[in-house]
Write a protein that binds this ligand. Sequence first.
Ligand code: G6P
Length: 611
Amino acid sequence: MCGIVAYVGQREAAPVIIKGLQRLEYRGYDSAGLSLLNGGLNIYKKKGKVAELENLLNGKSLHSTIGIGHTRWATHGEPNDVNAHPHRSNSGKLAIIHNGIIENYGALKQELIKKGYTFQSETDTEVLINFIENIQKHQDCSLAEAVRQALNAVVGAYAIVVMSEDHPQQLVAARKGSPLVVGIGKGEYFFASDATPIIEYTNEVVYLDDFEIAVVSDGKLTIKDTSNLEKTPYIQTIDMELEAIEKGGFEHFMLKEIYEQPRSIGDSMRGRLNAAEGRLVLGGIREYANKLVNADRILIVACGTSWHAGLVSEYFIEEFCRIPVEVEYASEFRYRNPIINEGDVVFAISQSGETADTLAAIEMAKGKGAIIFGLCNVVGSSISRVSHEGAYTHAGPEIGVASTKAFTAQLTVMFMIALRVAHRKGTISESRYRQLLFELEAIPQKVEEVLAVDSQIKEIAAQYKDARNFLYLGRGYNFPVALEGALKLKEISYIHAEGYPAAEMKHGPIALIDEEMPVVFIATKDSSYEKIVSNIQEVKARKGRVIAIVTQGDEVIPAMVDHVIEVPQVDEPLMPLVTVIPLQLLSYHIAVMRGCNVDQPRNLAKSVTVE
Ligand code: G6P
């Protein structure tokens, strides 16, 4: 959360930064700002989206070949023009952008106030830049050295970039706990929270590690750590196409990403699965594969939609591998002194690979001797780097804040891992294993079939767009899908929605049902079909309005309910990969019809890098 972007080179910095901020807007959109060296150090910032900042910049002379920019998700201080970044030091000579939280900013601020410093904003960031300035002033040292000393004194998380009026060719950047990528062009450098603002200009990047400080000065990059040890930059070539981060004719990123799923699910299997040859290879799980196969139990830690992917994974890992699985909210797990034994296996599932709670849960489990497998979508992300081994989900950049294609890619990869382990353990028969490889390979085509009924889902959405509450019910593999359907609706349409196991409804939510209450049943032909038919009857008996996701050709449920959405028949453990699609589309259409900004829902951020 919070997007940072900076540039130094020969180009005009302002357009590079503005475009970069637009690409990073998914990380926060409370306010945006830019600082340039155009006849002195100038800062332009505005509450609201990057578009508001662009309006402010209209007609201004912005010539500068160095600059820093920021798009904010507020932590300290309400979103307004003053609290927006960049922040300036008291001398007016230094400017900073910051993603993260400086926890001891209160004490530092008091110290600085005693020394005569004054503050315009309520932010921790303004404290940090003045703290840096104060060190530089008293020690008469370089900016990089002052940043280093300051970072040794602060507690918290940060990715920062600092620039100084006195050094028109210099940027100083550092990270701890919040991501920062350096893009290396020809005589130019870019800094950004992720690679998306950079790939238009260069595919050579360095992912900074925690406690690293990168200084670009007069066209040269040096990296040191906070103990002043020089590091050799590890330059990686990233493989990301520009089209992947553009809307490509769709009205919203979310819709594009929903529609991409046949391809993205295919991409997560590419090079890994070949059903005809009975081949299933996961290159990222090798050295620790035996630990996984012999694990006594598996823990899965995640947040949000990734946690729902963990719940589905629990079902199929237990079914196929016969290993007990516990799925934990990372934020709860890390604070409750859980029992972790040496050699326990922990899966961390995360689209961004940067979620602070998931990262902290991993560190804690790792500290107690657990083996960590990271399942991330963003290549080079922190979780992928701190894990022992893992697998990328290869869904491609997900920009819409509400996660869609990342979820189906997570399920696909976890499913492959489960099958691989079960096959090696011998807990699945050869014929069932082979059958599931074919079933999995056919999923992209099945998802395509679901997308084909989108117009029908849109019609249903039109009838329920004004509902105040929604209930989502499912059983077995479709229970986590009910949770995910409810989460999608809440996130982007602001309609209250609850997901529940269909049978558990009788123990509470049934009291909510009346003719006003739409109930979405995920009621495909599977082992709990008969039971869920009874649950539908219980709702109908109380005049609830039922939208049912059913298997093609079902004649029983359509006769009982108000609306049906058909999905193709797939093997039960793979069902979530198709049943979630109509729920994504339903929430999307409802949100659009309610006039909500589906790609940037209020208060949310795509990558939650604070606790
Ligand atoms: C935020 C996003 C969700 C996401 C969750 C976990 O809340 O808005 O879409 O599911 O974080 O993120 P992760 O990147 O760890 O999967």
